[in-house]
Design a binder for this molecule. Structure first.
Ligand SMILES: Cc1cc2nc3c(=O)[nH]c(=O)nc-3n(C[C@H](O)[C@H](O)[C@H](O)COP(=O)(O)O)c2cc1C
Length: 202
């Protein structure tokens, strides 16, 4: 729940990439479902196309995701360099759950057919819509007391994910957000000058 000390602006400020996570529950599984459902329902999308999709993996399903990711990486990373990758996978697997984000390509294609003069832009709009959905969930997990990070092991895990969890073929995997009770704070972050990144005309 958003407390008065965790308003929108503090949530924006406090959302960080948290890699040290444990399997300890912070909120109920029902509440996790509720916050993801809220994000799916209320996230904006191009032409209100609602192209975003999400899959919540908890318990053994969460562990399985990081097992298949580790197996996929093992095929790519030379054995002598695999240790850091193995540790990274163990770090994610240590968490409580993972949210998978997809964009439904059927929706994107139908928008392209409906608005032919903007068809080249639709994939960009889909990415932007997905980013908004991902961000809402990431910030919401932080508000609820979890730590989370944003990962991209697609496309190497796409096929296995589709097969294991029966994901429709037209859902394109965009990202993975592993989360859990924070066991370590965020890494130090350098902030570039906001003045150089923002212009105001008044
Ligand atoms: C589009 C996008 C892609 C990212 N991809 C990854 C990723 O694949 N792995 C990862 O650990 N972090 C990823 N990040 C997280 C960034 O590295 C992180 O947000 C940035 O360094 C700022 O740190 P903070 O999240 O703690 O504020 C990504 C962030 C964005 C917005």
């Amino acid at each position: 729940m958003i407390q008065t000390s965790q308003n929108f602006y503090t949530a924006v400020e406090n959302r960080r990439s948290i890699y040290g996570i444990s399997k300890e529950a912070v909120i109920s599984d029902d509440r996790i479902e509720e916050i993801v459902a809220k994000a799916i329902k209320h996230a904006p999308s191009a032409y209100n196309s609602q192209s975003g999709r999400a899959v919540i993996l908890l318990g053994a399903n969460h562990d399985k995701l990081w097992n298949i990711t580790e197996a996929a990486l093992k095929e790519k990373v030379p054995a002598e360099n695999f240790k850091p990758t193995e540790e990274k996978m163990a770090g994610f697997r240590n968490g409580y759950g993972t949210i998978l984000f997809f964009e439904d390509q059927t929706v994107v294609k139908s928008l392209q057919e409906k608005f032919p003069s903007y068809q080249e832009r639709m994939p960009d709009y889909s990415l932007q819509s997905s980013g908004m959905l991902q961000y809402i969930v990431w910030a919401a997990l932080e508000v609820e007391g979890f730590g989370a990070s944003l990962q991209h092991y697609n496309p190497i895990i796409d096929e296995a994910v589709q097969t294991i969890w029966g994901i429709p073929e037209n859902w394109r995997l965009m990202s993975q957000i592993p989360f859990g009770k924070p066991t370590a704070g965020p890494r130090e972050k350098q902030y570039n000058s906001v003045e150089e990144r923002m212009k105001v005309f008044k």
